[in-house]
Design a protein around this ligand. Structure first.
Ligand SMILES: *Cc1c(COP(=O)(O)O)cnc(C)c1O
Length: 516
């Protein structure tokens, strides 16, 4: 198909572009090829078996053998198959896929920071400990809380840590309590967290505005309630107006308010969870505070809490000694213990702190305002064509539904795939579950008006295509290397590793790919 036939209108962002085919590195391998050349050995050879005993491996299995340029081209070609925030808008709702400023990377690669050894003595680590302390102080201030741990490695891990704190707190009063309340709009990690911490999960239905029905909540909270886990703004991008009343209802019964802070990009510099009654919360540094995200890179999910929970924080914590030096304090008898080796993902702390300091208080507030403005710009430009299930004002993301498009047999997943043809990463589809056929769009503050307009154009053109040629949308994407995948097979029977073909040369085939 020529490019023009693939579109009802003329796409402004994309043109056809060559990408190169690339085999797996295993398939390109040829015996004896190397990416390095070492100088001749000029020290006495050591008998490895004598030194290491049974730990010595003679066989390393099948490994690809390639020259340096081949492996560089391999990964560079693969990288051209990918979409990235550095290529364009990445409106994956709930994920806050914001741009990661280059200064973050520069700072995190400075030798004294990147090469600091975790077991370096405290008197040689004052700089890196100072980074930890300053980041903690900034995040505590942003959240309006009293204490924090930076140990958890992601949001879900932060939730787990936060609910462990709640459990330890209740247990210290003689009763760990039985259940955790969770609204039906919550991210799936919330119920998983509560269950992992040994609590029963009780669901709360959202009201017509997409928030918690406070009267219904008051009926449900009792002396068995450990906590309510609440995302604010909620997963449909709505601010919980009655949050302080919700906090009162819980506190009256001795229960705690846990806030899933993954959506803090809508609040930073404007309002503080600690001030509206939250007892414990996590942050996603890899969402709100830039730092690379996606592609499986490291994350960081600090947990901030009020004073009553501070004794239970994971060990160690940063403390200032009598000598005035910072050090790690392991003497924490009430701690829930460690949740992560060493101190957390330090590189992410550096990036988040660089981001916070580069923006400053005014910049962070501006960021929040721009994120909310951008989401509402998209809402205003698309709400005549896409159904808006909740009329409550949007914060940092806007959720539409595919109600009007399903009349022509087109679903949210089809529109998302069609968006790829227009040069955008898809938005989040079919989530939150309380909106059937959801299109969840979060532009973040990173996007300029020009990029937002390109996105709006694409979404409007797709809506026209749904009317004029729905088959074009339901069979998308058309411009990618691989068109529609069989998603069921991909999910049920993933082939996750290379298997050596029945070999002409004898090779050691590891356990075959698991089929399930
Ligand atoms: C992203 C997200 C999480 C989970 O965070 P991870 O870092 O992916 O583990 C939890 N809750 C909400 C609302 C989120 O958006």
């Amino acid at each position: 198909m020529a490019t023009t036939e693939k579109f009802v209108g003329t796409p402004r962002k994309v043109t056809a572009h060559l990408t190169q085919n690339e085999n797996l590195s295993f398939e390109k391998s040829a015996p004896g090829k190397k990416g390095y050349k070492l100088a001749p050995l000029d020290v006495p050879e050591v008998d490895a078996a004598a030194l290491l005993g049974g730990a010595v491996r003679d066989e390393i299995g099948v490994m690809p053998e390639l020259s340096e340029i081949e492996i560089i081209r391999h990964f560079t070609r693969l990288s051209t198959w990918n979409y990235a925030i550095d290529l364009g808008m990445y409106p994956l709702g709930s994920c806050t896929m914001k741009y990661n400023p280059r200064v973050n990377e520069l700072v995190s690669r400075l030798e004294g920071i990147a090469e600091a050894h975790p077991y370096q003595p405290a008197h040689l680590s004052q700089g890196v400990l100072g980074i930890v302390k300053l980041l903690q102080d900034c995040l505590i201030e942003i959240c309006g809380m009293d204490a924090i741990t930076l140990q958890p490695a992601a949001g879900a891990h932060g939730e787990f840590t936060g609910i462990l704190l709640a459990r330890a707190y209740h247990a210290s009063k003689g009763n760990a309590r039985k259940h955790v309340l969770i609204p039906d709009s919550a991210h799936g990690t919330n119920p998983a967290t509560a269950a992992s911490c040994g609590y029963d999960v009780i669901n709360i239905k959202s009201n017509a505005q997409g928030g918690v029905d406070v009267a219904a909540l008051a009926q449900m909270v009792n002396e068995d309630t450990a906590a309510l886990m609440l995302t604010n703004p909620s997963t449909i991008g709505v601010f919980e107006n009655e949050i302080h009343r919700i906090a009162d209802v819980l506190h009256d019964k001795g229960a705690l308010l846990y806030m899933d802070g993954a959506n803090m990009n809508a609040l930073v510099g404007k309002t503080r969870p600690g001030d509206f009654g939250v007892d414990v919360m996590h942050l996603n540094l890899h969402k709100t505070f830039s730092t690379p995200h996606g592609g499986g890179g490291p994350g960081s999910g600090p947990v901030a809490c009020k004073k009553i929970l501070e004794p239970f924080l994971p060990t160690p914590v940063v403390a200032q000694g009598a000598d005035g030096l910072l050090h790690w304090n392991y003497d924490r008898p009430d701690s829930v213990g460690r949740v992560r080796m060493l101190y957390g993902n330090f590189g992410m702390f550096v990036r988040a702190l660089a981001y916070i300091l580069a923006n400053g208080p005014d910049g962070l507030r501006q960021t929040t305002e721009d994120a909310v403005l951008n989401a509402n710009y998209i809402r205003a430009k698309l709400q005549d064509l896409y159904e808006l299930p909740y009329n409550t004002p949007s914060m940092h993301e806007v959720v539409f539904s595919d109600k009007r498009q399903t009349k022509n047999g087109v679903k949210t997943g089809d529109i998302a795939k069609r968006l790829i043809d227009y040069g955008f990463h898809p938005y989040t589809t079919s989530f939150p579950l309380i909106v059937p056929g959801a299109l969840m769009i979060e532009p973040t503050e990173s996007e300029s008006r020009e990029e937002l307009d390109l996105f709006v154009d694409a979404m409007r053109q797709i809506a026209r295509e749904v009317d004029e040629n729905p088959e074009l949308v339901t069979s998308a994407p058309h411009s990618t290397r691989i068109s529609r995948l069989d998603e069921t097979t991909a999910a049920r029977k993933p082939v996750l590793r290379w298997k050596a073909p029945p070999a002409p040369t004898p090779v050691d085939v590891d356990t075959p790919a698991k089929e399930w």
